[in-house]
Design a binder for this molecule. Structure first.
Ligand code: PLP
Length: 425
């Protein structure tokens, strides 16, 4: 560790000064931190555990499940829509009755994409981008195989993501659905939600956004942009824990027109009359399928409340400042070591994570976790991804992480690390 400015790089004292001025600094202590030395830069894969969630889950287990038993459903039954409304208001710019929390992102994407193409008979094309998150690409491929549709792939720029002009070229009057991720999971590039939504609508297509790497990091205004459909996960910036349920947004004006393909009893209009035939709920409840998990829903609610208290505008500002510090340090220290910033340099054009390209990214990522108490992740073939979550990261944590990264590579401490097989990177 050094406090001497190298090549004009911000010093550790500069990072500490940013922490001292940070209006969100108090939130860091609201999360469990088992190891004070750990630099956790993977909040974009799995957010930290809020202390409030630990307490709330203990209550759901001991006082609700343990004491109320099946009577607990009197309260649990409302959670998918109540938590959906809270999430929509705090983070998605969505009015009530349009967001529900259930299932995984993958399953919600399938349900909404299928509903969208089924509502557009005569249109055979789904437009998505070739750099989209794997599950999104696979679900669309599967849907196309099942429904005999064509997938039209928009080329993604590996740093700048999807340009609206490329989408404009791809959409025509044969297009049923355009589906993209708002923040690129590799580069962190932020797509132009309003422009792409408008291009889809211009040709009569519906639009479905995956907000997984965006919600809780950047402000999203689904209602005002006229977005039709959206999905996203809650275990990244929403801090709801591994496997927590995802969310789905269906614009109020579309709810009567769409029918999702999994006809489960939780989506039924009068669920407990248990009638002979499926009759979907008239509202967002139709998106539900089977029994949701009250544990997961309680965790989503706590995570959303913390972000609502912090305010998405402040969260966004801190995310930009954290990633700008990271890029300044990477330019000063890591560029001479063969790293390249593979994320947009304009903070307005990126989410809250940064990708650094290096030919030995895998070995470096493994060695950082093993020997330096730094947790990044790696995306093949050559990207080290660093995601300092605005609510849970300190500026000095970013500084320390990059300092250890530089030292590791200077000393060759990563050599040989990439050869060990890892199922999860
Ligand atoms: C994390 C992520 C997912 C995850 O989907 P699951 O069904 O929760 O596994 C989907 N899409 C995007 C864009 C993501 O970033």
């Amino acid at each position: 560790m050094t406090d001497v400015a190298v090549g004009g790089a911000p010093t550790r004292a500069d990072a500490l000064a940013l922490d001292a001025e940070d209006p969100l600094a108090g939130f860091v202590d609201m999360f469990v931190s088992a190891d004070p030395r750990l630099c956790y830069l993977d909040g974009n894969s799995l957010g930290r555990l809020p202390k409030a969630t630990r307490d709330r889950l203990a209550d759901v287990i001991d006082l609700e499940w343990g004491v109320e038993l099946v009577r607990g459903w009197e309260r649990w039954i409302e959670l998918p829509t109540r938590v959906g409304d809270e999430l929509g208001a705090a983070l998605l710019g969505a009015g009530p009755g349009q967001v529900v929390v259930c299932d995984s992102t993958t399953v919600n994407l399938y349900k909404l994409a299928a509903a969208a193409v089924d509502a557009q008979p005569g249109r055979q094309v789904v437009v998505t981008d070739d750099g989209n998150f794997p599950t999104d690409r696979y679900v669309i491929q599967g849907l196309a195989a099942e429904r005999n549709l064509e997938v039209r792939w928009v080329p993604t720029d590996s740093v700048d993501g999807v340009a609206p002009e490329r989408v404009a070229e791809a959409v025509r009057d044969d297009t049923a659905l355009v589906t993209l991720s708002l923040v690129d999971f590799r580069s962190g590039a932020l797509a132009d939600l309003a422009a792409v939504t408008e291009q889809a609508h211009r040709v009569g297509a519906l639009v479905l956004w995956d907000l997984s790497h965006a919600a809780g990091a950047v402000p999203v205004d689904l209602d005002s942009a006229g977005v039709d459909l959206a999905v996203g996960c809650t275990y990244k910036y929403l801090n709801a824990g591994p496997g927590a349920p995802a969310y789905a947004y269906v614009a109020a004006g579309l709810q009567g027109r769409l029918r999702q393909p999994v006809w489960g009893w939780f989506g039924q209009r009068d669920q407990f009359t248990m009638g002979p035939a499926y009759e979907p709920d008239a509202g967002i409840g139709q998106i539900l399928t089977g029994t949701p998990s009250p544990f997961g829903l309680a965790a989503v609610e706590e995570g959303v409340r913390l972000l609502a208290d912090a305010g998405i505008t402040q969260v966004r500002a801190k995310g930009q400042a954290l990633t700008s510090l990271l890029i300044d340090l990477a330019d000063a220290w890591l560029a001479p070591l063969g790293f390249e910033v593979a994320s947009p340099r304009d903070p307005k054009r990126r989410g809250a994570h940064v990708a650094l390209a290096h030919p030995d990214a895998l070995a470096i990522g493994v060695a950082l976790r093993r020997t330096a108490d730094v947790v990044p992740d790696v995306r093949p073939p050559n990207l080290l991804r660093l995601g300092p979550a605005p609510l849970t990261s300190r500026f000095v944590e970013v500084w320390d992480a990059l300092d250890r990264l530089r030292e590791l590579v200077v000393n060759g401490g990563h050599r040989g690390s990439g050869e060990v097989g890892h199922r999860v990177t």
